[in-house]
Design a protein around this ligand. Sequence first.
Ligand code: TGC
Length: 398
Amino acid sequence: MTTAPSIDQVFDFDALLSEEERTWQQKARTFAQERLLPVIEEDFEQKHFRREFVKELGDLGFLGMHLKGYGCAGAGAVSYGLVCLELEAADSGWRTFVSVQGSLAMSAIHKYGSEEQKNRWLPGMAAGDLVGCFALTEPQGGSDPAGMTTTARRDGDGWVIDGAKRWIGLASLADVAVVWAKVDDPSGAFGEGGSAVRGFLVPTSTPGFTATPIDGKLSMRASVQCDIELDGVRVGDDAILPGARGLSGPFGCLNEARYGIVWGAMGAARSCLEAAISRSTSREVFGKPIGANQLIQAKLADMFLEVEKGILLALHLGRLKERGALTPAQISVGKLNSVREALAIAHEARAILAGDGITNAWPVMRHAANLESVRTYEGTDEIHQLILGRELTGLNAF
Ligand code: TGC
């Protein structure tokens, strides 16, 4: 038997990256291997989010790393994608943390905030001293944010927010929540003249703000998702994000997070493929390693094809993003493809591992369970199919 090269060596994807991009990737891979992998199975089992890693991620420059100024690293889109890939190769929960903090909460402040808001929140969030969350989805479902029922009512010289949010990552640990609400401002003093969606920066210590972790999850168990109750939460005018008007505000942030998933899901897929290859050479059935069978090799080859195609697609989208040319429909191509293929690869790897595949001796079942969440948030498969259907036909099927 010849020694098999690593899957990185077979494809030589590295040759398409700059030195700086490879450095970011290697930093994330080292953190994933040295800090996350030794504890992730236990944390998943115990439903434990390791808060102490937040500061370490900040020290490494991963939080809001694609943003410029305010203590952020100002890295390129491909570098950010590679960090997402390496973190999700360990666990989707940790890539999700970086996405919620950097792509959602920090992006919202960076894109739409006043100078004062940016200076107040972004340096601490980039350093990992402060945590943010992004409160958009509501209990009746996440696919139609236009139907949100959370309101911000004009009251004296401020606003009173009432409503509920669900599936909000890190809300119970967060220092600040970006809350999206329909404003009720009949006077039109804020330019609405009725109701429109606006974003509010709500310190989570504000009276009336309650975040409760959702229990009973069989997916993403090493991270925290919450119900939020907003009961007469009073904030001043300085809480409103001046640059975001209407739903294009939160959607602009979802674009960022969906882009990170395009890369991240391929990290989970790569881990599953590596597990399947490893077990194929060590497990013997009918007197030889199972990897010597044509059926197994055909499966491994097909899984490898989809990992490499998915990473190449992510790179293409990353290069478009760096040129400022990436469209929401192109992001939907990547999000739909990466998560769908990653799930298929996880399921195939599980089958190759046979009984071992259902245990936590291998990461595959954990990745498969996590990917069910990734498939559902930031736009389900079906939402992305419909976005693409509209792009292709010009007809809106929502
Ligand atoms: P429509 O009402 O027609 O459009 C509203 C406005 O938004 C604009 N827009 C976008 N802008 C930027 N990027 C995008 N991707 C955009 N999509 C829409 C649009 O141009 C319009 O602007 P304007 O200025 O004309 O008002 O909405 P639509 O028909 O375009 O979209 C419908 C649909 C179904 C595609 C959209 O509602 C959608 O994407 N739904 C899925 C939402 C979603 O992904 N929800 C999950 C969020 S995950 C979450 O909240 C948890 S955070 C993670 C965590 O905390 O762990």
